[in-house]
Design a protein around this ligand. Structure first.
Ligand code: SF4
Length: 266
């Protein structure tokens, strides 16, 4: 069986929408998993990933769930109270080739701003940036200061280099009218490169930099609040939020099982 067919077989959609989850970056975040495979589908296999190993490594876009299914689910949660509708889940959302159509549909049904959490891996593709540009908030991942550490931390399966990805975020920044945030996960492997990563952030001119460390269960130990505070000093002059300082709202997910599948610890 080809990897493509395997993925279709694995796409057993119980629900595309999950949460709301309490997000330190987005408040009450109602999730949309536009890939919705049973196991993780990603173009990365980050060493700190809270979702375990990448079972379906994928670098090419395709459709996983239909716009009709999404439309039905969005209509059924019309009255939910949330701060953002967030495209994320058990996968890299830009792998879904109907992301742009899905964002536009979501905006026509729900009165919520739309955020997309992306690992940035496919941003060198014009169609991906075109889709992302329809969101109100794009949160793009950068965990490394150079190609070598990028490969060590993120284990990409894509052909693009680290510099190509940075170049594409720069290009996107110049034409995107919404809020662009950079998410940076700090762990032992990159904590000594905070200055270089802050320099990268200054070149990309994000609206915000989100400093994270893995606080949910995973094989990598989080940095301490003191270590993150030292890292934060390197980002002076930029708007920074840190996982240790941000507060999270109380929320009750619509479907706990489907939510915990994508977010093992709320
Ligand atoms: S990009 Fe996100 S989902 Fe993919 S492996 Fe990294 S942390 Fe996990």
């Amino acid at each position: 069986m080809s990897p493509g067919k395997g993925l279709i077989a694995d796409t057993e959609v119980k629900s595309i929408i999950y949460g709301p989850v309490p997000s330190w970056r987005l408040g009450r975040s109602l999730g949309v998993d536009l890939v919705s495979t049973n196991e993780k589908t990603c173009s990365f296999d980050c060493i700190y990933c809270q979702l375990g190993k990448t079972i379906h490594p994928l670098a090419k876009r395709r459709q996983f769930v239909t716009i009709d299914n999404l439309s039905q689910e969005l209509t059924s949660v019309k009255n939910i109270v949330a701060d953002y509708l967030t495209f994320s889940g058990m996968a890299e959302p830009t792998l879904a080739s109907n992301l742009g159509e899905a964002i536009s549909l979501a905006k026509s049904i729900l009165p919520l701003p739309v955020a997309v959490l992306t690992n940035s891996s496919l941003m060198p593709r014009e169609d991906v940036c075109h889709d992302l540009a329809q969101a109100d908030v794009v949160i793009a991942k950068i965990d490394a200061p150079n190609d070598q550490l990028f490969r060590k931390i993120n284990n990409p399966v894509i052909d693009y280099s680290f510099d190509q990805i940075l170049g594409s975020i720069d290009h996107f920044r110049k034409r995107f009218r919404g809020k662009l945030a950079l998410q940076m996960m700090f762990i032992a492997a990159n904590k000594d490169y905070a200055r270089q990563m802050a320099d990268i952030a200054r070149q990309l001119l994000p609206d915000e930099v989100q400093l994270n460390t893995p606080l949910r269960p995973c094989p990598i130990k989080p940095l301490t609040p003191d270590e993150i505070a030292i890292i934060e000093k390197e980002f002076a002059g930029l708007k920074v939020v840190s996982v240790y300082q941000a507060s999270k709202p109380e929320v009750v997910p619509l479907n706990l099982e489907e939510t915990l599948r994508r977010r093992p610890k709320l």
